[in-house]
Design a protein around this ligand. Sequence first.
Ligand code: CP
Length: 313
Amino acid sequence: MKTFTQFESHELANTLIEKALGFKNNPLQSKDKGQGKRLGLIFLNPSLRTRVSTQLAATNLGVDSFVLNMDKESWALEMQDGALMNKNKVEHIKDAAAVLGGYFDMLAIRAFPTLTNKQEDTEDFIINQFIKYAGIPVISLESAIRHPLQSLADMVTIRENFKEKRKPKVVLTWAPHIKSIPHAVANSFSEWALGCGHELTITHPVGYELDEQFTKGATIEYDQKKALQDADFVYVKNWSAFNPYGKILKVDENWLLKENKLGTNAKAKIMHCLPVRRNLELSDEMLDGERSLVQVQAKNRIYAAQAVLDSML
Ligand code: CP
């Protein structure tokens, strides 16, 4: 595996999920496999889970990991080819990525979208620039349009919490927020849930349709209560509008998920990638209740990352 930036195939996803569950059972089973290998973790945006879980995953494999908070601790990057660098950008991505490619065996990048430049974001421009110029395997730690390590951990969580001989019914529900939030988690969750063969319903207010390239095959249901009926897993997430790009639209109905919206559905488990704004995106009763899998998802981030690193090694 040379890059890990998106869902590739059901077969690969299945291999990674099984590998992650194996590592969860015995985290140090390959503790020397990565000896002498170096992983660079490059953050252009903040992180708690992605950063720490990927470092722990590297440690479990004997890989040395190094974090660079590039947005705060390094030179301001120029991204455009052929730019005349006579303003505030000090280093070109071409040079920085090539240098990092020479220092490390694997590079992992977090680069959020602008939410203003739709074309640049949709092309996943920044992570693709790193892939182009680093010359070594690259892992996405969340790009402008996808968050594959989160989605892999989510699929691991669904696999270990669903034992019936049928497809799980998975619902991705939009949640309220006060800020303009990227689409990456929702896009990726949809891409992986569909790719893994789950029955996926996406529910959101009119106007919050995601990019169709990620949702083709899902049922879109604008009535949240109807969508939630018979759900095995309810994935709660906010995202901004895709059209008009990155905007927050006025929503009159109350989309905050509470226990009473699940009616008589006793089995539905609640998922969220975290961080979560309590009682704005998701209620305390849901997050702290027995249905909640959010801490399991966060823990599974270690084993998902370990499965990916192991496959790259
Ligand atoms: N879920 C997730 O990616 O968390 P962080 O932003 O804290 O890494």
